[in-house]
Write a protein that binds this ligand. Structure first.
Ligand code: FES
Length: 135
């Protein structure tokens, strides 16, 4: 059963700032962007692992440089600040067992992850200094 939560917005949040709220039904990250806020579920869309937020390492580069990233503590999948899938850091370690067959193509598998896997973005309503969500 869904439940409503009112989360107090932290004052003076800048682009890329975030905070985490542990709720009864899920943990969520509230991220501030120039255009507003995004609220993400911290349950991994891969297989339901717990996601943590951390500062991106320098080697991620590009437009996400300096922003936090999301990383699952089960299989390590990394998601960008906008919730899109970034990479599976274990792909190199497992390349010997990822062999192409009639039923599996490692290249297609990685492409499909990028295309289909995304953090669950939660709709919200801003009411003065709180964000209201229902999860
Ligand atoms: S459950 Fe998150 S990477 Fe597998």
């Amino acid at each position: 059963m869904k439940k409503k939560y009112n989360i107090k917005i932290l004052p003076d949040m800048n682009n890329g700032d975030y905070f985490i709220k542990s709720l009864e039904n899920d943990n969520v990250a509230i991220v501030k962007f120039k255009s507003g806020y995004k609220v993400f579920s911290l349950t991994c869309p891969h297989m339901g692992g717990n996601i943590v937020v951390r500062k991106s390492s320098k080697n991620l580069g590009g437009e996400n440089e300096g922003f936090p990233i999301f990383q699952c503590n089960w299989h390590g999948y990394i998601y960008n600040i906008d919730g899109s899938f970034k990479e599976n850091p274990n792909i190199e370690n497992t390349k010997n067992v990822r062999v192409k067959s009639k039923y599996y193509n490692p290249v297609d598998c990685e492409k499909n992850l990028k295309k289909n896997l995304m953090l669950n973005s939660i709709k919200y309503i801003i009411k003065e200094d709180t964000i209201e969500i229902e999860i």
